[in-house]
Ligand binder design. Structure first.
Ligand code: ASP
Length: 334
């Protein structure tokens, strides 16, 4: 009997020692020499999420000890495929996800997103927030928001609106906008907005609602027409300061801020999470990185939400905030 108890004790101690060793080793060896770090982006190359990830990949290299940081675009299902992929990846710190507000809206917007935010992910910290703009093809005859709504009413059932897939930020924005106008447009889904904006410029689609970090360059170059911004206040950037807020235009409660955060699969050790936190903090204070994002209308997260725990609390609060709004607007997607 005593021998059995001793054996059990020995086995438990051995298991504990093995776990401790692997945790310490993971922390010591992160990043693992010669193993690239992959930032998974749920949308196509050239869109706002992709651009942010590529800027981050560059800025992260130094704080991650010179590691190779690559971006992988995993497309489909409005970002759900990439999110599911990272949820199932090895929690060694070498695979992380950059995802936007979809992390909090998809669980209500889409009936089966295929991931559970709190159960499947280790939160790493938030990056920035960006308002959205309503933009149109350059040939659309409306010159302000009032004319735009009149044009939409006149062309009922024929107006089409691009999006980055069911559950994406542009999809959410479009659904809320249609609900506010009490109208339905024809949704044209893409696997990211880079192709949507190309088609918008070419006149293949009429409208798009997307982050300023994507639309601003095209607004400045007058390749698309812009009508409104979804921030609570106008932006002070010269090319966007003329854009009225939805609030100003009388569309009460239409405020959408697209925040972006970083995630690792659940099970990441506290040590590797701390290394990621330090690396992300250094990116958020990298003047070149910050300048580039702010020039595109983004507001860097500088408050407590840069910490993993506050990031987690914020995402859970966003799920609670958006769920009744989405339900009240009746804007579910199957
Ligand atoms: N901005 C897109 C969205 O609507 C995604 C992207 O292409 O970055 O979610």
């Amino acid at each position: 009997m005593r021998a059995v108890t001793n054996k059990r004790w020995f086995c438990s101690a051995l298991l504990l020692a093995t776990w401790l060793c692997s945790t310490v080793l993971a922390a010591q060896t992160f990043p693992i020499k010669d193993k690239p770090i992959t930032i998974v982006v749920p949308f196509s190359a050239g869109g706002p999420t992709d651009r942010l990830a590529r800027d981050m990949a560059e800025a992260l290299r130094k704080p991650l000890g010179g590691a190779t940081v690559v971006v992988e675009n995993v497309l489909g299902a409005g970002g759900a495929i990439a999110t599911q992929k990272v949820a199932k990846a090895a929690p060694d710190g070498h695979t992380i996800l950059i995802q936007h507000i979809g992390m909090a809206t998809m669980p209500t917007l889409v009936r089966k997103p295929g991931f559970q935010v709190d159960a499947d992910f280790t939160f790493l910290g938030m990056i920035h927030e960006v308002p959205m703009t309503i933009v149109a093809r350059p040939t659309l005859e409306a010159n302000d928001y009032k004319q735009l709504t009149a044009w939409i009413a006149k062309n009922k059932d024929k107006v089409n609106l691009g999006n980055a897939g069911v559950g994406s930020a542009s999809h959410l924005c479009g659904l809320l906008w249609q609900a506010s106008l009490r109208t339905e447009m024809v949704g044209i889904p893409y696997k990211g907005v880079s192709q949507a904006i190309t088609d918008l410029m070419g006149g293949q689609i009429d409208l798009l609602c997307d982050q300023t970090t994507n639309t601003m360059t095209y607004i400045e170059a007058k390749k698309v027409k812009a009508y409104a911004i979804t921030s609570p206040k106008r932006l002070s950037l010269p090319s966007l300061s003329g854009l009225p807020t939805m609030q100003e235009l009388g569309v009460k409660g239409f405020q959408v801020s697209i925040w972006h955060g970083t995630y690792a699969p659940k099970g990441l050790s506290a040590e590797v999470q701390a290394k990621w936190y330090a690396a992300l903090r250094s990116v958020l204070t990298d003047p070149a990185f910050v300048k580039k994002q702010e020039a595109l209308g983004a507001v860097m997260i500088t408050d407590k939400r840069i910490s993993p725990e506050e990031h987690r609390k914020f995402v859970l609060s966003e799920i609670a905030k958006w769920s009744p709004i989405i339900k009240a607007a009746g804007v579910y997607a199957d």
